[in-house]
Structure formats: C-alpha cells, structure tokens
Design a protein around this ligand. Structure first.
Ligand SMILES: O=C(O)CCC(=O)C(=O)O
Ligand SMILES: [Mn+2]
Length: 209
C-alpha cells in the first residue's frame, strides 16, 4: 500500500460517522444518589457532524430577563421534541441506542433532544440542574453527546463541596443519572483559554427539561 493510499484510508475511517458500542461506558458514583456514566469517543467522525450541525440547524439566539435588563443567552440553542425530525440521522441512532442500553434502568426512552452551540470561550451555561420538569422530583437521566472542540463540564454537589471536571468534545458521551439533576448541579464555564466551538446534544426522557 502506498503512503498516499494509507493516509486516504485512515482519513476515511476517522471521518466516517459511527457510534461505538455502549458497553465500555464507565460509571462513577457521585453520592447523594447521583452518578455519571462517561464514554470518551463514542461517536467517531464527530468533527464532521459538528460542521454539519453548525451549518444546518436553525439556531436560536435567545434573550432573557435578568433583573431589570434583557441579556443575550451566551450560547445558541435548538430544541427537538419527541415528534420532530432530528437534524441528522446519527442523532436518532444515538438516542435510540441510549434508549435501548438504559431501557431497564430508566424504564422509559429518551425522547427529546436539546442542542447547545458554544461558539467560543465566551459562551457558557451557568450552574444549574435540569429541574424545569420531572428532574426536580424524581430520579432520571440526561445523556449528553459532545461534538467539536472540548469544553469543560463541571459538576458539584448542590449542598456544597468540591467540583469535578470533564473535558467533553469530539464525540464524547456523558450520562447524568439517579438524583443528579436535583442533588448536584452542572455548568460549562466561560474560559479565557483559546476554546474552539462545541455543540452538545442533550437527550432527555419525556417531561424532563
Ligand atoms: O453543553 C452541555 O454539555 C451542558 C448543557 C446543559 O447543561 C443544558 O443545556 O442543560
Ligand atoms: Mn443542564
């Protein structure tokens, strides 16, 4: 095989969108009934998916009331309900693979997909739990697939304590489970370090926001 040929085939392999098996996922018990599962590089070819989502998704720039001011939400957003067609077929494949893998433990499928686009280090999401819906009261799961450049996702116990940090990008998967949304909180902090753009896809069951 010529060097040129070899390079071409390697490129094809890493550029092809493919979800790996989920059985290599590793669970960390956080305490207070919360846990996270992490699987680095679940989706190969994730950089190509990043480009497609960045270009094709109808991103919304939201504004929110903050005290007496209206401020720009520091990230772009898109939301797909259970009956909405996802912007790329591999996202439906990912959602369905997660639903199958966690079927017994979760007892229901992942149905909705929220997308966040962090354009650079100035984009962020503040400390919060996904507690708009049922996550405020019951154990549930939120699975996040990250594409594009890695950004830190931090987790800390709601009642105080040290935070932990996971750099997530390039096809990494994290699943927050158990009581994580009500006993812990998470954020993606702003950074002054050079940060490339990242898109996260959050899969949630019905009624969890
Ligand atoms: O981008 C992420 O990984 C986190 C997003 C998030 O926490 C949310 O949208 O609720
Ligand atoms: Mn969240």
């Amino acid at each position: 095989m010529t060097a040129h040929h070899l390079q071409g085939s390697l490129f094809d392999q890493t550029d092809r969108l493919r979800l790996g098996p989920l059985h290599g996922i590793r669970r960390t018990t956080l305490g207070l009934g919360a846990w996270i599962d992490v699987l680095p590089g679940w989706l190969s070819g994730a950089d190509a998916l990043f480009k497609e989502l960045a270009a094709e998704v109808p991103w919304r720039a939201e504004r929110r009331q903050m005290y007496d001011q209206v401020v720009a939400v520091p990230r772009l957003l898109a939301f797909y309900g259970a009956d909405d067609a996802l912007p790329h077929p591999v996202l439906a494949e990912a959602r369905d693979a997660l639903s199958a893998y966690y079927a017994r433990e979760l007892g229901e499928p992942f149905t909705t997909s929220g997308l966040c686009y962090y354009r650079d280090g100035r984009d962020s999401v503040a400390w919060h739990g996904d507690r708009i819906g049922r996550g405020a009261r019951v154990d549930t799961m939120v699975a996040i697939l990250s594409v594009g450049a890695p950004r830190d996702l931090l987790l800390r116990p709601l009642r105080g304590g040290a935070s932990m940090r996971h750099a997530l990008g390039h096809g990494d998967l994290i699943v927050m489970g158990g009581s994580c949304q009500r006993t812990w909180e998470h954020c993606v902090p702003k950074t002054t370090r050079a940060a490339g753009p990242r898109i996260s896809v959050q899969f949630r069951p019905h009624g969890v926001r």
